[in-house]
Design a protein around this ligand. Sequence first.
Ligand SMILES: N[C@@H](CCC(=O)N[C@@H](CS)C(=O)NCC(=O)O)C(=O)O
Length: 222
Amino acid sequence: MSGGDEWILIDFWSSMFGSRVRIALAEKGIVYERREEDFPKKSRLLLEMNPTYHKIPVLIHNGNPICESWNIVQYIDEVCCFAPFLLPCDPYERAQARFWAHFIDHKLHTASIKTMSYKTKEELGAAEKEMVEHLKLLQDELGEKAYFGGEEVGYLDVILGGFCTWFSIYQDVGSFSILDELPKLMAWAHRCIERWTFSESLPDPDRLRNLVHNFRRRKGIE
Ligand SMILES: N[C@@H](CCC(=O)N[C@@H](CS)C(=O)NCC(=O)O)C(=O)O
């Protein structure tokens, strides 16, 4: 990487996946140009740069598109081979970090969608139970550490960090208190949000709350 590199991020403000990339770029101190999508329309640039999935985020580095947030964050860490290092050096710890990132995308994200789109009290109860179970496993993985990366922010902090603003929205839309059930994980989220690299990368909570309620009204569930 050189000082003359060009970084463009195709993004959408509310996205937990886009937030991850914003956090990683901020942690590495990379200046980039942000191109905001106007969903549900999709720009020609997005269709061209992510012809497989047509999804944001896409990071374009010197003209080369990189897709999938978990992959983009790893790419940033590899190309910007200077501190703060996000992925651990130890191969076993790296494997563990990638395992939990996969868990977040496949288990936690699915439960999150269910929590947003429930129709009946029973569906909400089941979705919340699932969500809390998944988050408890992540809280156990965090243990007594300040961050998943240890004393410093690491890969998993960035990957789960994209969800930080969403935690309050789950509580707002649902009927449970994540704070009471997951005090250590919520303290972690608070620590993250205190960093400018997270707070400036995460969506505004009020705007996000409105978006979720509008989504639920449009779907006829509110
Ligand atoms: N696995 C992808 C998920 C990306 C994703 O779901 N992006 C959403 C926004 S949050 C999107 O582009 N949605 C547009 C669509 O599905 O048409 C990643 O990690 O980047």
